[in-house]
Design a protein around this ligand. Structure first.
Ligand SMILES: [Zn+2]
Length: 170
């Protein structure tokens, strides 16, 4: 998450004559008027980078009622991320990046609670973690204002997603 602030500095320096070598009355406290809160965009918040609420996270997880549904969600979020970056709108990738991180973190649970045999859980865990790491690099670059460079991880992400897709379900 990134906040950018524009600082409004109000200088209220009392004009005092330059006196040398004699006792000076202490200056009266500077009476800076507080900057009006909503004027001049004193605080800006990137609407693309709003943190997900608990309710949103729960609703996202709740929508994953089978492993194949979860994989479809992974792929569509991956496409949203890739497309936002390709369209020159990396801030538009914040939200799908956050959502995909939640979905991937929840994937093993979805597998366990639904239709995937235990023998596949480790593969799912490893591949999901791999995608999270790779996308984490992209997200860190976007948060840091750098070029997203999705292309540097695109193939590895595709490979890991294919491993997730290749998992045998009951
Ligand atoms: Zn972000």
């Amino acid at each position: 998450m990134k906040f950018s602030y524009a600082f409004v500095v109000v200088l209220a320096l009392p004009v005092t004559p330059l006196l040398v070598g004699c006792s000076q009355e202490p200056s009266p406290p500077a009476t800076a008027e507080p900057a009006p809160a909503d004027e001049g965009g004193a605080e800006e918040f990137d609407p693309h980078d709003a943190p997900m609420t608990e309710a949103e996270i729960e609703s996202l997880k709740g929508g994953l009622t089978s492993y194949s549904e979860a994989i479809a969600k992974v792929k569509s979020l991956r496409d949203s991320i890739r497309d936002a970056i390709a369209a020159g709108n990396p801030p538009g990738a914040h939200r799908p990046l956050d959502e995909l991180d939640i979905v991937l973190g929840h994937l093993t649970t979805v597998a366990r609670e639904n239709d995937v045999p235990k023998s596949e859980w480790e593969t799912i865990n490893m591949s999901a973690q791999r995608v999270r790491e790779l996308l984490g690099e992209v997200h860190a670059r976007i948060d840091g204002g750098e070029a997203a460079e999705y292309e540097t991880v695109a193939d590895d992400i595709q490979t890991a997603i294919e491993q997730l897709e290749g998992v045998q379900t009951n």
